[in-house]
Design a binder for this molecule. Sequence first.
Ligand SMILES: Cc1ncc(COP(=O)(O)O)c(C=O)c1O
Ligand SMILES: N[C@@H](CCOP(=O)(O)O)C(=O)O
Length: 520
Amino acid sequence: MASSTLFHSSLLPSHRRTPKPTAIKSAAASPSPPPSPPDTRQHHHRLPEENIRDDARRQRNGAPTLTHKFSAKYVPFVKSQSAKGKAEEWYSLDEIVYRSRSGGLLDVEHDMDALRQFDGQYWRSLFDSRVGKTTWPYGSGVWSKKEWVLPEIDDDDIVSAFEGNSNLFWAERFGKQFLGMNDLWVKHCGISHTGSFKDLGMTVLVSQVNRLRKMNRPVVGVGCASTGDTSAALSAYCAAAGIPSIVFLPSNKISMAQLVQPIANGAFVLSIDTDFDGCMKLIREVTAELPIYLANSLNSLRLEGQKTAAIEILQQFDWEVPDWVIIPGGNLGNVYAFYKGFKMCHELGLVDRVPRLVCAQAANANPLYQYYKSGWTEFKPVKASTTLASAIQIGDPVSIDRAVVALQNSNGIVEEATEEELMDAMAQADSTGMFICPHTGVALTALNKLRGSGVIGPTDRTVVVSTAHGLKFTQSKIDYHSREIKDMECRFANPPVGVKADFGAVMDVLRTYLNQAPRK
Ligand SMILES: Cc1ncc(COP(=O)(O)O)c(C=O)c1O
Ligand SMILES: N[C@@H](CCOP(=O)(O)O)C(=O)O
């Protein structure tokens, strides 16, 4: 599935458009510029054996020495952001560590003072200058923000499929017809190399593993537990770099399209007779014993890549902040990644606020929703029941604390969707030209409910994050359109009509159809 970049600013109401930034902060005010993108125009006489990495290397060698250094490190994740101070406990990103001394989560902390030496206009212009190029590694939507992601990694160590730069789709008809909205957008993170947003995080994690292996650190392979998308991304990026990957999958709980991805990419696939939470427990135990690097979002490196989708949304709106961003949640790393991306843009002066976040869960796997409804008083993991949104069938999310920070600091909301609601929402969206996954159906249901209650207004600029490609979940669509889902009316089913190979019979069904078909 090819990634595409569509900037729809010309479609926006004119009051929503802002002029493109032109100048960067004056040299006198800045100590020294961060790396700017290589000018590939000088290098169209590439030797036959050379490639884009060579172009980038040559460009670096000719560049003036940079006195300015950006850096990042692991620090313990703190729930109360106001309690954030100078962390006494920290780790280099070259260490293999997933938990703080007290057993809590870690976070990647950037040297914000160094980044702050450059103003928001500078960063906006730098990021904008890299969009749509093939320059290594900036052709990737993730690595086009390299200074904010993994500033210290050598470009040669990066493993990238030029992920990101995904389409921000103006859902004109869906918004108008089903929600009475005129400014609804769908960020298609699933139109990506392996068909989900996981590519954004995996390029970062596998690149860092590549670096660690070159440094002779003990990493024999990379492993994850998965509901199908993390495993697909992990196996593809590892295969590209020649690194062994090991995936733990709950048997019979992921789609066929997802299962075949790691198999085809040469991963060592374990199909385990448990659910995702059981696989997650096992991979944590295994990675504590063996030199297998943990690739789930418990590993905070992943979120550094995933946060770039938030930055990209702002960029695609010419750095205007949408009112709402709605994200389906399972293991709950992504909602925090979005928050982090928005917060960095705010703190570094690219935008003036963060949008309100909504996290949407399947009612059959809703521990965050229940926690939210309790007024954040009591978190209880649940036993997740079967849901057609199978990638978020998770009852004990590892990033629960991160999600709470993201929601509390963005005046956020948590919503839930029943099986019927999420499938109907998916079918309605598909009927307007999309082809979304059931998880995006969960997010659209949340939007529907918040529109219904008036919390989201008709003109609010709203972005729904679509997390995976619909082609990964065709069986659920087939079952819906065949009305073969137990206890579900399948109101918007559109089954094919069987007809004899006979002109009269074909004409009869066409006449009936044309008499009933809605006219525009
Ligand atoms: C397609 C899809 N959507 C949404 C999610 C939820 O993301 P997170 O686990 O970061 O909450 C996942 C994975 O969990 C997923 O694979
Ligand atoms: N949906 C995920 C579940 C695991 O999430 P992760 O972000 O912690 O890796 C998957 O596809 O496996």
